[in-house]
Ligand binder design. Structure first.
Ligand SMILES: CC(C)(COP(=O)(O)OP(=O)(O)OC[C@H]1O[C@@H](n2cnc3c(N)ncnc32)[C@H](O)[C@@H]1OP(=O)(O)O)[C@@H](O)C(=O)NCCC(=O)NCCS
Length: 246
């Protein structure tokens, strides 16, 4: 159970494969009319179910931090599509969150008073286009191509998830050019970020964190911190759709 006073980032994941229709239908009762209308527009039932599970995860999780019931949370989106909480009930802390979904997994990051972004990807999926060559920063492409060929496909998702987590934490998505910032990977140290000259941000205000929530899914988290020597605690909890219903 998250603690409202802790300055941590709490990450929650849910595996979405094989969830029963009855569970999804019950979770759908937690959603707003707008969310249900959006769910109804998905062509594939797997995408609809993932959306419902993700939004139910957001609602039930946020309710663990304050007195607002799952159905009562209200959200708006910024100009880039980033959802945020509006008008929480009295006594509810100022929560920020970010959501990511991919085949088989949903991830949610929740914190207070920080910018936060999360991304999950399946590392065994095939990316046909040369996304790195076309969109990544030159030094990232160089570091990626310096790896043995059979390691490059998997390493690509290290950069991909980190870059997505950063642009999502900024709430701007692809409005930030992906070549304007570069990740430096030196495991087991945490990844660090560099910006092109004139970029409106500072590397030392960011903490990056990575996890393997399953053997196939890579997760990256970006969160603002108080300073270069400040470490934001991160928790990772797997939950189930059935537990969200309870
Ligand atoms: C929309 C975008 C923010 C994330 O897209 P994505 O990685 O495909 O999807 P994810 O599942 O990780 O994230 C989607 C969720 O992020 C949230 N989101 C939407 N816009 C957002 C934004 N501008 N900032 C932060 N979060 C955003 C939403 O909650 C959304 O889920 P919902 O619509 O069900 O509520 C954007 O970065 C994008 O379109 N990326 C395309 C992927 C790509 O080409 N990446 C290049 C390699 S780095």
């Amino acid at each position: 159970m998250p603690h409202a006073a802790a300055p941590s980032v709490d990450v929650f994941t849910v595996r979405t494969a094989g969830v029963g229709a009855a569970v999804v239908d019950t979770l759908a009762t937690l959603l707003s009319y707008e969310e249900l209308a959006r769910a109804a527009r998905f062509v594939r039932s797997v995408d609809r179910d993932t959306f419902v599970i993700a939004r139910a995860l957001v609602r039930t999780t946020l309710s663990a931090y304050g007195p607002t019931p799952p159905r009562d949370w209200q959200f708006e989106t910024n100009a880039h599509g980033c959802p945020f909480v509006v008008a929480p009930q009295a006594g509810t802390p100022r929560l920020t969150f970010n959501l990511s979904h991919t085949t088989g997994l949903v991830a949610l990051a929740v914190t207070r008073g920080r910018l936060v972004g999360v991304d999950v990807e399946r590392v065994d999926r095939v990316v046909r286009e040369d996304v790195a060559g076309r969109h990544f920063a030159p030094e990232e492409v160089r570091d990626l191509r310096a790896l043995p060929p059979d390691a490059q496909a998997r390493a690509f998702f290290e950069y991909w998830t980190l870059k997505e987590a950063y642009i999502k934490a900024r709430g701007m998505g692809l409005a930030i050019p992906l070549a304007d910032f570069a990740f430096v990977l030196a495991p087991p140290a945490a990844p660090t970020i560099r910006f092109v000259d004139g970029f409106d941000d500072r590397p030392d205000r960011w903490q990056f964190w990575q996890a393997w929530p399953t053997a196939e899914h890579r997760l990256a988290l970006a969160v603002t911190r108080e300073g270069p020597d400040h470490a934001v605690p991160v928790t990772l909890t797997e939950t189930s759709p059935e537990a969200l219903v309870a």
